[in-house]
Design a protein around this ligand. Structure first.
Ligand code: AKG
Ligand code: FE2
Length: 347
């Protein structure tokens, strides 16, 4: 039997990172730096060139994994802030008029963030026992009900998120990501054109209900001047341009997107359902990550979706710390390209 030569290296790996051992986890999404002895984010974050290139790589590949990291929560925050700031400075020319100038958004403070003094409000605790990860979760729903991009109910949603897992069940609790670029590329040109004129309403009333039951107020403001108030609702384009890559991606998600404006409620429900299934049922635009202790995942929330897997018992602990950096108000540049078109991928 003849085996094709290994083609594990990514065509989009920036030079400053290419010396670290890595491999692409799937064709369309996910790259992994698996050699913890040679690759630590805690040292990489001291070099602005590498941080900028890491942000670009995350935007290109959707999600990037690092095994067994020693990075602490303060460094996680610094990395989140720096990735957002450096990529904003680098790609500001791709932002439409009215967006120029210094980036005013920082790290997100989640509306139901717990105030853990040693972590700070800008760390989201991802826990199997309470809070953000389980707030909208129901065992009676299909597992695919959990797909989302983080905090799209904010007027200024997230550019990057970084999650480090420190406690895991012996088995289970994988996380899946899906590529919004590839989801866009798989739609017919006629459907792409139809969607490009549309905007959708995103909402997270369930966080208001959760806060009420818990008896704590909604956090306000939440990391950007635009993200204030208790009404967790925003309107965003259905197709969005990522300013870092310049690629178009599908920007609706099952958890937060409620309604496409300009369509009848029935039309909106049907089209959203089609698009959600398009994301969740095409496993060849997804990557599934099996966590080990102290692994870190970094993803671009503008151009990916993700979901946790609740297949471990209620007594098993699973916990991590997440930072979510805020980006720009989502926009569509009609002149921007699809990922396949820009990279010349035809098969
Ligand atoms: O628990 C997970 O695997 C992911 C949770 C999540 O949605 C997030 O960290 O944004
Ligand atoms: Fe999430």
């Amino acid at each position: 039997m003849v085996q094709a030569p290994s083609t594990s290296s990514s065509s989009v790996m920036p030079t400053s990172l290419s010396a670290y051992p890595y491999y692409d986890v799937t064709t369309h999404i996910g790259t992994c730096f698996g050699d913890a002895e040679k690759t630590q984010l805690s040292s990489l974050l001291k070099d602005e060139n590498k941080v900028r290139d890491l942000a670009t790589l995350v935007s290109q590949r959707g999600v990037v994994f690092f095994r067994n990291q020693d990075i602490n929560v303060h460094e996680l925050k610094q990395l989140g802030l720096d990735m957002g700031r450096l990529s904003w400075d680098t790609f500001a020319q791709r932002l439409p008029e009215g967006y120029s100038g210094e980036k005013t958004s920082r790290l997100h403070i989640h509306p139901i963030s717990e105030d853990v003094p040693e972590l700070g409000k800008d760390i989201s605790v991802i826990s199997s026992t309470e809070g953000i990860a389980r707030a909208g979760d129901h065992m009676s729903k299909r597992a695919s009900a959990g797909w989302h991009s983080d905090i799209t109910f904010e007027r200024v949603p997230s550019d990057y998120a970084i999650l480090k897992m420190h406690t895991l069940p012996p088995v289970g609790g994988d996380t899946l990501w899906a590529s919004a670029y590839e989801a866009y590329d798989r739609l017919s040109p006629a459907f792409q054109t139809f969607l490009e004129g549309l905007e959708a309403v995103h909402n997270a009333d369930f966080f208001n209900r959760y806060a009420k039951v818990r008896g704590t107020p909604i956090q306000d403001p939440r990391g950007a001047p635009e993200n204030y108030g208790e009404d967790l609702t925003a309107v965003h384009p259905v197709i969005r341009t990522n300013p870092v890559t310049g690629f178009k991606g599908l920007y609706v998600n099952r958890t937060f997107t409620k309604r496409i404006l300009g369509l009848t409620p029935d039309e909106s429900d049907s089209i959203l359902d089609y698009l959600f299934r398009h994301i969740t049922e095409n496993h060849d635009l997804q990557v599934r990550f099996r966590w080990e202790i102290n692994d870190v995942a970094l993803w671009d929330n503008r151009s990916t979706f993700h979901t946790a897997t609740n297949d471990y018992g209620v007594t098993a602990l699973r916990q991590g710390n997440r930072v979510v950096s805020l980006g720009e108000r989502p926009f569509l540049d009609p002149a921007s390209k699809s990922r396949r078109e820009a990279l010349g991928i035809h098969d």
